[in-house]
Ligand binder design. Sequence first.
Ligand code: DP6
Length: 367
Amino acid sequence: MTYDRPDLTIISSDVQPGSLRWRSPSNIALVKYWGKYGDQLPRNASVSFTLDGAATDTTLHYNVRKDHGQGVDVQLSLDGKLNEGFSTRTAKFFERLLPIYPFLKQLSFRIETNNSFPHSAGIASSASGMSALALCLVSLEEKLFEPFKDRAAFFHKASYLARLGSGSACRSVYGGAAVWGKVDGVPTSSEEYAVAVTEKLHPVFQTYHDDILLISKSEKSVSSRAGHGLMEGNPYAPARYAQANQRTNEMVEVLKRGDVERFGEILESEALTLHALMMSSQPPYVLIRPNTLAVIERLQEFRSSTGIPLYFTLDAGPNLHLLYPNVDAASVKRFIREQLLYFCEDQMYLADRVGKGPEQLEVSVSD
Ligand code: DP6
């Protein structure tokens, strides 16, 4: 399919300056996207929980451009400060969107963005940031042109645009759980955008917790972008892609069934497989830290001695996500406080849980 629309240009005298604002959460992959091809298409399917607390709040201010410049005109500030790096990255993203949204070069943009989590927490903000921005753009399209035929079409397009910014961002536009990539078990699934599988979520997973242990807040030595690239020469890649597709299908079934044990088995294997792929890339690299392993060991001991279905996952870094049912929250939080915080940088962790997805907000007066 294509979203290219050469007709989406504006008549400048018709457009008043305006602002749009969305808050969009981060997500944690249960089955990992690792490897891509073409224009940000995934080598395998993935499935994630959308989080609640870890989110980006983005306001997009737009105005008709007087200068008729060639490129796009974008300035982005993060937490109130103009950020050159993000401004350039966002301008590049807008340039890529020109076949879809030719009007982006007829307007000038000032973007204000804030993350709910500390900037230095070593938590990737691309999923929440890119999805918040994509939602602002799709809302802008509706404001300048015509409404989408339904909300599903609106969110599919937002997910498609978010994917072009950062692959994992396409899963953040829905609450609950989302699948990205083609799998037999989800007939509407696509490589081009994610789809919600929220209605298939068993009640136990609707209130699931995800506590994020900040083992290290340093910037990681190898970016996800570079990591995806290294999959191209990885000898295990074909077997990995087949495994991830099969596991995405199975995970959707597990989420429906409410099977917390099988959920945890797949979850932990996915985390370790992701890092094994990094260690078997050429050149190989290691992103987990000794404290990551120390926590994993204690967590597995805790699980076998208590029977509580507490399992971990990792993203492309040393920090651990601890996933568990709401009924076990008191015991797990005590365990984290008493035995795990010692291994975290500045004893920090972020308590999060499965969330309801992005929301559009009123633009505040100070904006
Ligand atoms: C390990 O979405 O950050 O978190 O598409 O290059 O922006 P780009 O990569 P990104 O990769 C995320 C990888 C992961 C797994 C996942 O979220 O599925």
